[in-house]
Design a protein around this ligand. Structure first.
Ligand SMILES: [Zn+2]
Length: 287
């Protein structure tokens, strides 16, 4: 009996002395439908709240009459070929946001175009991107016209294809999101390392849709979990309910996004970039 009491006491003592790991939030933003004027408002809010995020860019927007080029198109989605947008992205980079690569353009790109995109990125930001986030439809769900041929689920891993890019990814990039790797059906609170895995020596990550934060951190009040989510600052199609506060960023919705962000900050959640998270965990590809 006496020993049981001592063990109980020790357990209580040890658990009350656990070092509190602050909960972390990573917001990744894909550039689909993103326009400079809307982005300026969103990033001015993030700046005011001292939140750094990972936002990805296209180098160009093309038109080949495919479904992909009807989904995102010139002047509806800005890219690095728009001078004011490019300058704004350079400012974000200087301010400590992570700029990730979303591909040369929004349509299927051969390996030559993919390489050209990486060189445009390098000449814009001074280095190759740390993170590459694939764009395009999921072949299991969308029509083939909506799927980018160089994605890893289609031709990107096939050395015989003109859309083969795996060797380039391994050589020039550090971390990728591919295979539409979403965690949406997984309701277990995660730690940072749970989001990463290796594929053929390359560091890959999974992510949630941003609205799952309500279940995973916010509602469960998980003070030591990590939430890695993605959203589109330029997309306005989600329901205008609290659950989707961090999915709707345009017009009046921005005020609701601000309320949710302030609430997370008050509850001591910390915002980091994807690169910041990977580096803090010493996650890297195997060279
Ligand atoms: Zn995209």
């Amino acid at each position: 009996m006496y020993w049981i009491k001592i063990i109980e006491y020790l357990n209580r003592f040890l658990s009350s002395n656990k070092i509190d790991v602050p909960a972390k939030i990573v917001i990744t933003n894909d550039p689909d439908h993103g326009k400079l004027d809307d982005y300026k408002k969103v990033f001015s809010l993030l700046d005011r709240l001292n939140i750094k995020i990972t936002t990805s860019v296209f180098c160009k927007i093309e038109n080949d009459h495919s479904d992909l080029s009807r989904h995102c198109y010139k002047n509806e989605t800005h890219s690095l070929e728009d001078p004011a947008y490019k300058e704004f992205m350079q400012e974000l980079y200087e301010d400590g946001h992570e700029i990730a690569f979303h591909g040369y353009s929004q349509i299927s790109n051969t390996r030559e175009r993919f390489l050209e995109g990486l060189e445009i990125f390098k000449s814009t930001f001074g280095d190759y991107p740390y993170t590459y986030i694939e764009h395009g439809g999921n072949p299991k769900k969308h029509s083939i016209g909506m799927c980018k041929k160089e994605t890893l689920a289609i031709e990107g891993l096939n050395p015989k294809s003109e859309y083969y890019i795996w060797d380039i990814i391994k050589e020039k990039l550090n971390c990728i999101w591919a295979w539409h790797d979403l965690l949406d059906d997984d309701y277990h609170v995660k730690q940072g390392e749970d989001y990463f895995y290796k594929y053929d020596s390359m560091l890959c990550f999974k992510r949630y849709r941003m609205n799952y934060i309500n279940f995973l951190l916010h509602r469960t009040k998980a003070k030591s979990g990590t939430f890695l989510g993605y959203t589109h600052f330029g997309y306005d199609g989600y329901q205008k309910t609290n659950r989707y506060n961090l999915e709707n960023w345009i017009g009046d919705s921005l005020r609701n996004a601000e309320i949710s962000l302030l609430n997370l900050i008050e509850n001591n959640y910390h915002f980091v970039t994807l690169r910041g998270l990977a580096e803090s965990l010493r996650m890297r590809k195997i060279k």
